[in-house]
Design a protein around this ligand. Structure first.
Ligand SMILES: Nc1ncnc2c1ncn2[C@@H]1O[C@H](COP(=O)(O)OP(=O)(O)OP(=O)(O)O)[C@@H](O)[C@H]1O
Ligand SMILES: [Mg+2]
Length: 472
């Protein structure tokens, strides 16, 4: 085989009384160029198993701390044991001189040239707030797909350079490097930004780069461990595609695996007034409130999610009024089913009266009733509705393509590893919860032959005279 296996970078270092030899394989070298030569601030390296991600993370951290005296970097993993076995101990074996420079209680390497490398773990998303305000020239987030996007957003604010470093090294650019495999709670945001390059306002496409590396890009390792690739090849098809081929469209932990844009997203149709209409609400303030509008064809049973509302940090009264405004008077909404947290008691300080969020929501034009909230049966039911139906040549539940975010949110839900039948509770599951409530409402209504309950009749009456409750 006539392939370059590795490029060895030799840095002359007085601090270690010898030349430092850092071995980069070609793909790692390509990633290094993005950081060192092009100065791209956000780089995602890897995207498949065994591509040399963690090693690349250590190499470039080591090189940059020694090359640029007085600079700082941090290497982040999800848990302390992962941090120790994947990085700290590896630093000691690969660069033995760092053992003496390592401060165990601080989990920091202090280099003789004044540079530092911190090793940190973020078990919970909120742990990231402990590091807010700390300044780093380099941030390495190994296994970024284990973290929520909030972690990335907050850490971004720590990526900055002190003026004296800029003066000393005018060509040295700060770098935020991420690595990871498909799957995990961070799958969706990593895929959006680095794989799909589907940027939001305020994100500059030129700041982000994805260097894909698979196990074949790690020939040093494969030469020593040829069975590793065979193990990846033997995985079940979806995992194999994700881990071996680096296919991000396969989502290892995805809950609704059969969701397909071309099947579940449909162009809007005109919905006749006499179809059954209902809404579902998952309330949130710090997390978004999500309301879905549903309609079912009474003859065929086809169901459509035809509108959605998703917004956070909006108080309950305003949210309710907004949802009412978005609903046309001829829609004849039977009911709005909501999570039971809306019925928790809140006490108003000034009047000392007890009331619930449901009271506020009801009084602002959005009459709600309690949804069926059993998680497992709710998810199972939603899965049934989304299942491909040969007779229909379509799934029973379809989503208007004007509600693409609903589709994306559902596609991002992952199994809870501890309770595989359940969805993992995480940021971004609000649409899923709302869809679960709405789906259960339909299934129960069908079971009961769709006899209108008293509350439905009442709501039906008042919704047909919307003026009254708009001004409530
Ligand atoms: N440049 C290199 N020089 C020597 N060994 C390397 C190099 N790059 C990777 N390796 C070795 O290949 C093996 C796998 O690399 P690494 O752990 O970095 O992969 P990974 O992509 O992080 O894997 P995983 O997906 O399991 O996290 C390790 O033993 C590592 O030391
Ligand atoms: Mg790794």
């Amino acid at each position: 085989m006539n392939r370059i296996l590795a490029l060895v970078l030799i840095l002359t270092q007085s601090s270690i009384m010898q030349d430092l030899r850092i071995t980069y394989q070609p793909k790692q070298m390509e990633a290094r160029r993005v950081v060192q030569d092009e100065g791209i601030p956000y780089e995602f390296y890897g995207g498949a198993k065994g591509g040399g991600k963690s090693k690349y993370t250590r190499n470039i951290e080591m090189e940059r701390r020694l090359r640029y005296a007085g600079t700082s970097g941090v290497i982040i993993r999800k848990t302390f044991p992962e941090l120790m076995s994947n990085h700290v101990r590896k630093f000691w074996t690969e660069f033995p001189f760092t053992y003496d420079w390592y401060n165990k209680s601080e989990k920091t390497i202090y280099y003789p040239n004044g540079s530092v490398t911190d090793f940190r773990y973020l078990k919970k998303t909120t742990d990231v707030y402990n590091y807010q305000g700390i300044e780093y020239d380099d941030i390495s987030m190994d296994e970024a797909t284990q973290h929520e996007e909030e972690v990335f957003k907050i850490l971004k604010t720590s990526l900055r350079q002190a003026p004296e470093i800029i003066d000393r090294y005018p060509d040295f650019r700060p770098s935020f490097r991420l690595t990871g495999n498909p799957g995990g709670i961070g799958h969706a945001w990593v895929k959006r930004i680095f794989v799909d390059r589907d940027f939001k306002q305020g994100e500059h496409p030129e700041d982000y780069r994805f260097i894909q590396a698979r196990v074949d890009d790690n020939p040093i390792f494969l030469r020593a461990n040829p069975q590793y690739k065979r193990n990846l090849e033997d995985l079940p098809e979806e995992l194999r595609k994700a881990y071996l081929e680096g296919d991000w469209n396969i989502f290892a932990g995805q809950y609704f695996k059969k969701l397909r844009r071309e099947k579940h997203l449909v162009p809007p149709i005109r919905i006749p007034d006499d179809w059954m209409h209902w809404r579902s609400l998952d309330w949130g303030y710090g997390h978004p409130s999500v309301v879905l509008w549903w309609a079912a064809n009474p003859n065929t049973g086809d169901i459509f999610i035809y509108r959605y509302y998703k917004e956070k940090e909006v108080v309950a009264s305003k949210m309710a009024r907004r949802v009412a405004e978005l609903t046309n008077s001829d829609e004849n909404i039977l009911t709005t089913v909501a999570g039971h947290d809306c019925w928790a008691k809140i006490t108003s300080d000034d009047t000392r009266t007890e009331r619930t969020l449901a009271d506020i929501i009801n009084n602002n034009g959005l009459p709600i009733e309690k949804a069926i909230i059993d998680r497992i049966s709710g998810w199972m039911n939603l899965r049934e509705l989304l299942e491909w139906d040969e007779k229909r040549k379509a799934p029973q539940l379809k989503i208007f393509d004007t509600c693409e975010e609903v589709y994306t949110d559902l596609a991002c839900l992952v199994h809870d590893e501890k309770h595989p039948e359940d969805v993992l509770k995480m940021d971004g599951d609000d649409t899923g919860d709302s869809a679960r409530y709405g789906g259960m409402y339909h299934s129960e209504a069908r079971k009961e032959g769709h006899q209108m309950t008293e509350i439905e009749q009442y709501i039906n009456e008042i919704t047909s005279d919307k003026e009254d409750w708009d001004t409530y």
